[in-house]
Every structure is written in C-alpha cells, then in structure tokens.
Design a protein around this ligand. Structure first.
Ligand SMILES: [Zn+2]
Length: 164
C-alpha cells in the first residue's frame, strides 16, 4: 500500500510542479509582451506603493486593459478557477513590477492591493520564486484563504481616505 501511495503522490507532485512551471512561464511571457505598454505611477500613486512597502515603486508599470490577461492553456485556467481565481472577474493582477488593472475598475484600494503583491514579489527576490510560493499557496489554501491574498487585502486600506 505504501508504495502505491508513494507512486501516487509522486505523480501528483510532478503534475503540480509542471502546472506551476507553466504558470510561471506564462507570467514571464505576459510581462515581456505587455510591461512596455504600461505607464509609470503618478506621485500620489508612488506614495501608496511606498506605504504598502514597495522598495522600488518607480519600477512599477500600470497597464490598463479591457480584460486581465489569462493563460490560453485550458488546464491552467481550470486549475486556477478551481482555486477560486477566476480570470474573467479579476480586476487587478500583479506580475512582478507589472500591474494590470481592468478599465473602469481603478481605485486607490485596488492599487494598494496590487502594490502589496509587488512588495511580496520583491521580498521573494524574483518572479519565479514568488510565483512558486504564491501558486503553491493558491493550490493549498485556495484564493480566498491564501496568506498572500489575506496580506494584500489587509493593506488595501493604505490606499483609502488619502487626499489627492
Ligand atoms: Zn490579490
């Protein structure tokens, strides 16, 4: 029995690692293609980014889109959806220093949330290591309960009730 389970878990874990690797290469490709379309943060937005802990807020690019980029890979999409990450209803997505925000959904609260993901990515040191951790937590805890999401939510208030 033990060997059967070992084989099973080895295959599951290989499958998960493969999914995560595909997620990471998708993210890197999106950043490579889209970051240049983004704009820099305004002075007021830089303050929010600093307030949530971003070390190099001047590196952030804001890209406004009609729809948040989503993987074409159907398996990747399905797994994301099963964790509660539903791309069609997503209004913000941070990939490294590139922040995507869906048109007409920009707010200081959304900016603070996404900037906190930038902070988390800076702490991890690279897109690869951040997404490795983030996607793992997505699979284990689900989107709503992911510590990364809870942390980003907790910092949303830093973008609120500021005077611009
Ligand atoms: Zn988030």
């Amino acid at each position: 029995m033990t060997n059967l389970f070992n084989g099973f878990f080895q295959r599951i874990s290989a499958l998960i690692n493969n999914l995560i690797a595909r997620g990471i290469s998708w993210a890197k490709k999106v950043v490579e293609e889209k970051a240049k379309e983004g704009r820099l943060l305004s002075d007021a937005e830089l303050i929010i980014a600093k307030r949530v802990g971003v070390r190099f807020p001047e590196r952030i690019r804001l890209v406004f889109v009609d729809q948040i980029p989503q993987p074409e890979d159907p398996q990747l999409l399905e797994v994301a959806r099963s964790t509660g990450l539903n791309f069609p209803s997503t209004i913000g997505l941070a990939l490294g220093y590139t922040i995507f925000i869906r048109n007409n959904n920009f707010s200081e609260k959304v900016l603070a949330h996404e900037c906190r993901h930038v902070y988390q990515f800076e702490q991890a040191g690279s897109i690869e290591s951040y997404l490795q951790n983030y996607l793992q937590s997505l699979l284990i805890d689900g989107y709503t309960n992911s510590p990364y999401e809870k942390d980003a939510q907790a910092w949303e208030k830093e973008g609120q009730s500021q005077n611009f």
